[in-house]
Ligand binder design. Structure first.
Ligand SMILES: [Zn+2]
Length: 479
């Protein structure tokens, strides 16, 4: 299935590898004309959830930031993977992945010398050329560059996450929130990680998109007043000991598996969001980070994973308690006060973070919505995610039908709808082309239209056809 999806995606402008004419570079993908529309729709759905419904502010910060930011956050010292290189051909490998591939077991070693020992013990050679491997060493995943010219240029990094840049503006955001807690801030934008050898297509990108939301709360305020709106949602749950169960979110909180109600709430909201995007809910599960995998300051961290038929598990969102760790770290290095006086208490606010990727959910939407019915291939995107609301076709290219169809097309454009016009080839071919990019409705203008101002609406999923008046067309399209 993967190959078919990729073929359609490349051919129809959903997504394709970047820099193709120069041979391509691993970890970079272009969103084509269709994919860009879908991605925007995914981002807008996230905005609807978090800005309209949860009342968050949105900020946009630079992707490039001075070194101090990443020293404070800990990324300069520890945002790294352990790697090794072939001494003969130079091929780089992530040490843990290499050991796992060689032994078929998960790699328990976590430090440099332990991994080095394993490479020696198993006599692991370069899978590409059989050459010997270099010592295992630590490799920082940030892209480094400089701001400004000459001797006074400043070391800078492309951000590896959006969260830190959101924290930097905390003093201003606190004022803008009229000094009340809790409040949330979303940032949607690009981040960068110089991955060692990304081979998983859209799943591991070196330049990628995120939507990260930081909720600033009182230290003992990690609750949600709307928890009951999601508490009955049932999900597959894997706790930090690896135990699997099927629970409602209410049960998960009551049993103490999800420690904070606020985390459970946003896991529930995320399940709703992914379902609305068109991701198959059956393929999703909640997974708690193991003690050794969780950041030392966090009391609890959860991911929602999608089980892909192609890539295995894909992490779509992380919901974590980040405590006051980040604001404290920036306060220490910047010497700027991050404490607040709130309801008679003085403290540094805590943060509960909801961190979405955009590219990974995008891929999961594509995989979940892909359908084959005999020769017919289509994407059953939800209407809010589909690249266009409708296609407008004259039945034939003569007898005044194209002119009439153009009028209908103009009418829909005037309503601000994303629609497209197509008069090339047979009507069947045009339906097939619209199906291949998941357009939910096709509007066909035929001879009857000239007589009574009605058009044919054809539904993508059911192929059912209906006749509606041009007057009521907008309403029929935006259902
Ligand atoms: Zn080699």
């Amino acid at each position: 299935m993967h190959k078919q999806i990729l073929d359609v995606s490349k051919r129809r402008g959903i997504m394709y590898p970047s820099f193709e004419i120069y041979g391509g570079v691993g970890g970079f993908y272009d969103y084509g004309p269709i994919g860009s529309r879908i991605k925007k729709n995914i981002e807008d759905l996230v905005r609807r959830y978090y800005i309209i419904e949860e009342g968050c502010f949105e900020v946009e910060c630079p992707t490039l930031s001075p070194e101090a930011v990443w020293v404070a956050s800990g990324h300069v010292s520890s945002f790294s993977d352990l790697m090794t290189e072939c001494l003969k051909c130079g091929e780089p490998y992530r040490a843990d992945h290499l050991i796992e591939e060689h032994t078929g077991k998960s790699c328990e070693a976590s430090d440099m010398s332990a991994m080095d020992e394993l490479v020696k013990e198993y006599k692991i050679k370069c899978p590409k050329c059989g050459g010997g491997l270099d010592r295992v060493y630590s490799y920082n995943l940030m892209f480094q560059t400089f701001i400004g010219p000459g001797k006074n240029k400043e070391v800078a990094y492309l951000r590896p996450e959006t969260a830190q840049t959101t924290y930097l503006g905390f003093r201003r955001l606190w004022e803008i929130a009229r000094k009340k807690l809790p409040f949330g801030v979303i940032q949607i934008g690009r981040s960068f990680r110089n991955e060692i050898s990304p081979r998983q297509g859209m799943i591991r990108l070196r330049e990628f998109n995120q939507a990260e939301i930081q909720f600033f709360v009182e230290p003992d305020g990690k609750y949600s007043p709307r928890f009951d709106t999601v508490s009955a949602i049932k999900a597959k749950v894997i706790d930090k000991e690896g135990r699997e169960s099927s629970l409602t979110l209410k049960e998960a909180v009551e049993k103490g598996i999800v420690k904070l109600q606020m985390i459970a709430y946003f896991l529930g909201r995320s399940l709703q969001l992914f379902k609305e995007m068109g991701i198959n809910p059956e393929a999703l599960r909640l997974r708690q980070h193991k003690d050794e995998e969780r950041a030392f300051y966090s009391t609890d961290t959860w991911d929602i994973e999608y089980m892909s038929s192609v890539f295995g598990k894909i992490e779509l969102v992380g919901v974590s308690d980040r405590t006051d760790y980040d604001l404290s770290a920036h306060m220490k290095l910047s010497k700027q006060d991050m404490t607040v006086n709130y309801e008679g208490r003085k403290f540094i606010p805590h943060v509960v973070e909801v961190a979405y990727g955009i590219d990974r959910p995008f891929y999961c939407v594509i995989e979940s919505c892909y359908r084959e019915e005999g020769d017919r291939v289509f994407f059953s995107f939800p209407e809010d995610i589909a690249p266009y609301k409708a296609g407008v076709f004259p039945l034939v290219g003569k007898d005044g039908l194209p002119e009439k169809a153009q009028q209908v097309f103009d009418l829909l454009k005037k309503e601000g709808l994303y629609v497209f016009y197509d008069e090339g080839g047979s009507i069947g071919k045009r339906y097939a082309r619209a199906d291949e990019v998941g357009v939910p409705i096709c509007v066909t203008i035929d001879y009857e239209t000239l007589e009574d101002d009605t058009v044919t609406l054809r539904d993508r999923d059911t192929k059912k056809q209906d006749r509606v008046k041009i007057d009521g067309l907008c309403k029929a399209i935006v259902r």
